[in-house]
Write a protein that binds this ligand. Structure first.
Ligand code: SAM
Ligand code: SF4
Length: 324
């Protein structure tokens, strides 16, 4: 469906948990994390009902995220149930990869279409410092398993923060010999993200061009999101930039987000949206659910204001509670 700015909303990101087995510094506090009680988290049945309503309104693509989605039991069953929703074309997963190798066979059988694996460094000590867990080898096992899966779309997501400057070229280099997309996501000033240094698209690109030569643009698929894709001579894969701050893409934003507690969020920066879980608990029927989703989409904010003053309606949650 179209919002009042003419944007066609086709993409729903679904956070299935706020829990995580890493503590990335831009995403979660080191200590004292208060988890949402299980009773406040949407059941899989509730998620599927919301996806059905969203699909009836035009959503075609669903991405499961978190927290770390693979820490929630039985995720393949959710993948299968969402794939079976009429209208849904692709179901993919954003993960840190630690539990991916062991769960991938079941996820593939359930029909998973793609995996975005978040990886900010290939250096073990740096990984341990950035994520506060010494788990690089398990993340890499997850990546290798995903790359070996026939037909699975695999992307690597890296957030350049200044602590991983020396890793940008090695990470992009993963796409040299593999059919892989390595994307650089500008740090957004949300939650703990406002406490770290950011590297802009232009800064990252100049490092990559110094190593690999001039970049040439690659076509982008509007359904696959705001990534500006490029490649270098001799590369099999590609590099992408998702630059919400330095190259704002709000006028083509096609997504909304469902938090693990059932809040349909219409813009990453604002606390705008609708509490669908309360509606479900109160016995709302499918028509009421569709109307609530349509109403929220209609009021999707025009754009974020990452570079401006804070506003009263700004998001106060950390990214693990939103889903990225
Ligand atoms: N745990 C999974 C993972 O890390 O892929 C899924 C959830 S995580 C919140 C989703 C994505 O959000 C990750 O790629 C992470 O790097 C990114 N992210 C978290 N905080 C961010 C921030 N402040 N700015 C930009 N990206 C952020
Ligand atoms: Fe966990 Fe993902 Fe946040 Fe890292 S970015 S702490 S892996 S939810």
């Amino acid at each position: 469906m179209y919002d009042r700015f003419g944007r066609d909303i086709r993409y729903l990101r679904v956070s299935v948990t706020d829990r995580c087995n890493l503590r990335c510094r831009y995403c979660m506090p080191t200590e004292g994390v208060e988890w949402m009680p299980h009773s406040a988290i949407l059941s899989y049945e509730q998620i599927v009902r919301i996806v059905e309503a969203a699909a009836a309104l035009g959503v075609r693509k669903v991405r499961l995220t978190g927290g770390e989605p693979l820490t929630r039991k039985g995720l393949p069953a959710l993948v299968g149930a969402i794939k079976a929703v009429p209208g849904i074309r692709t179901v993919s997963l954003t993960t840190n990869g630690l539990l991916l190798a062991e769960q991938l066979p079941d996820l593939l059988s359930a029909g998973l279409d793609g995996v975005n694996l978040s990886l900010d460094t290939l250096d073990r000590a740096q990984f341990a410092a950035l994520t506060q867990r010494d788990e690089l080898s398990r993340a890499l096992e997850g990546l290798e398993a995903a790359l070996a899966a026939p037909g699975l779309t695999v992307k690597v997501n890296c957030v350049p923060t200044g602590s991983n400057d020396d890793q940008l070229v090695p990470l992009a280099g993963l796409a040299k010999d593999r059919a892989l997309s390595v994307r650089f996501i500008e740090l957004m000033p949300i939650g703990l993200g406002s406490t770290l240094d950011r590297r802009t698209e232009d800064e990252v690109l100049s490092r990559l061009e110094a190593a690999f030569g001039p970049a040439s643009p690659r076509p982008t698929d509007p359904l696959s999101g705001p990534s500006r894709n490029m490649t270098f001579d001799g590369f099999r894969g590609e590099v992408g930039f998702i630059s919400a701050v330095s190259h704002q893409f709000c006028n083509s934003c096609n997504r909304v987000r469902l938090t693990a507690t059932g809040f349909l969020k219409t813009c990453l920066q604002y606390d705008h949206g609708v509490d669908l879980r309360s509606m479900l608990e109160a016995g709302a029927d499918d028509a009421a659910l569709r109307a609530a989703i349509a109403g929220a989409i209609d009021h999707k904010p025009a754009k974020h204001h990452f570079c401006g003053q804070r506003e009263a309606a700004d998001e106060r949650r950390n990214m693990n509670q939103i889903g990225g």
